[in-house]
Design a protein around this ligand. Structure first.
Ligand SMILES: NC(=O)c1ccc[n+]([C@@H]2O[C@H](COP(=O)([O-])OP(=O)(O)OC[C@H]3O[C@@H](n4cnc5c(N)ncnc54)[C@H](OP(=O)(O)O)[C@@H]3O)[C@@H](O)[C@H]2O)c1
Length: 213
């Protein structure tokens, strides 16, 4: 699969590298491809990694991973040009400075805002509820961590669920895009436990169920 990455930092870099390792062609949309971080990522991505611009990543990817800081997200989408028809995996969390909370939520969400900015894109929220260290290595002795995703396009969700599973998570459909409201709040639970309340970032959530299908 062809995958574009907009926002090539902790999350975009980690997911992009792992997806390249799995044989996908990954187009990293660097704002500046000449930084040491960009060079390191290209080396790590191997022959499946292509250095391009955010616009180039948007054009080339069938799936486009959006992994920008929240306050840069609208500008990043605009600089990417049209995302209509693309499957956009929105990993963002609308964090306040100091990780003290979310700047929007409850009756809307970053995911819904992304869908408005990226008009015509098929937005699926995923990968926002654990840290990038878990995305790099989701293997735990207790089994696969859960990865909730949500969106309004069933086919897009199916494709993203496949990527989630390929990366070693248990994909769980959390419902329509409005569920970003709770998934982004849920991310705050992970963040607060990881950075404030003593659990360190080396944990993930796992859903256990009776009568699971
Ligand atoms: N960190 C985590 O563990 C984690 C986990 C889940 C979700 N998230 C969410 O994922 C998103 C990314 O987090 P991160 O930790 O990966 O951030 P990060 O390491 O700071 O990386 C952000 C990336 O976005 C790029 N960027 C900034 N403005 C841009 C623009 N206008 N156009 C294109 N690219 C732009 C940066 O490019 P430059 O390199 O050129 O500055 C950088 O590559 C955030 O919304 C965060 O809340 C983070």
């Amino acid at each position: 699969m062809k995958i574009g990455v907009i926002g090539t930092g902790n999350v975009g870099g980690t997911l992009g590298k792992r997806l390249a390792d799995l044989g996908n062609q990954v187009f990293f949309g660097f704002r500046n491809p000449n930084t040491p971080a960009a060079q390191t990522l290209m080396d790590a991505g191997g022959p499946s990694a292509v250095a391009t611009t955010p616009k180039g990543a948007a054009e080339a990817g069938d799936v486009v991973i959006l992994a920008t800081p929240w306050d840069a997200t609208q500008a990043a989408i605009e600089s990417a040009g049209g995302l209509a028809g693309k499957i956009v995996v929105d990993t963002t969390n609308p964090l306040l400075p100091g990780l003290t909370g979310l700047s929007i939520g409850t009756n809307t969400s970053a995911g819904e805002q992304v869908a408005e900015w990226a008009r015509g894109a098929r937005v699926v929220k995923a990968f926002n509820t654990v840290g990038y260290g878990i995305m790099a290595d989701p293997a735990f002795p207790q089994g696969k961590p859960s990865m909730f995703y949500c969106g309004d396009d069933a086919q897009a969700k199916g494709i993203v669920a496949g990527l989630v599973a390929g990366l070693g998570f248990d994909p769980l459909d959390a419902g329509p895009l409005t569920q970003c409201r709770v998934l982004e709040a849920f991310a705050m639970l992970w963040i607060s436990l990881a950075v404030k309340y003593g659990y360190t970032p080396d944990f993930a959530f796992q859903m256990i169920r009776r009568n699971a299908q």
